[in-house]
Design a protein around this ligand. Structure first.
Ligand SMILES: [Zn+2]
Length: 132
């Protein structure tokens, strides 16, 4: 999916892409785990596999050094899902560990997920997520 910088951000924030997740996709470090979570969600919508990979913690079960295969897996996921909605339910911040609970609508179905993020060298990374 291609969007213009003035389009609504795919993370469903109601803001323009250029005022929301685009800066993170261009290299700005998200200040907290919620911003990272939103920018990963919009990266899935935009098929930005590089961003997903670069913000995944090495302890994540999807983590692999086979970048080519990992990208293919991400594209496969993105192409088969409609990202219909995102609402942050709870954000538990910390110095090096944070949790974000959110309600996402994927292809019309609601999922409540709680994601765990770890901070490594000043950058938040997605470590794991559980569906509730
Ligand atoms: Zn956004």
């Amino acid at each position: 999916m291609k969007i213009s910088v003035n389009d609504q951000c795919p993370c469903h924030s109601g803001k323009k892409y250029k005022k929301c997740c685009q800066p993170y996709h261009k290299g700005v470090i998200p200040a907290n785990a919620t911003l990272l979570m939103r920018s990963r969600y919009s990266a899935f919508v935009l098929r930005n596999a590089r961003y997903i990979i670069s913000t995944t913690h090495p302890d994540n079960t999807d983590f692999t050094n086979d970048i080519k295969q990992w990208e293919e897996d991400i594209f496969g996921f993105c192409d088969n899902i409609n990202f219909d909605g995102l609402k942050i339910l709870e954000f538990i911040d910390g110095d090096s560990e944070a949790y974000v609970q959110f309600d996402e609508i994927l292809s019309g179905a609601h999922f409540i997920e709680k994601s765990r993020f770890l901070k490594e060298e000043g950058r938040w990374l997605y470590e794991s997520g559980v569906f509730e």
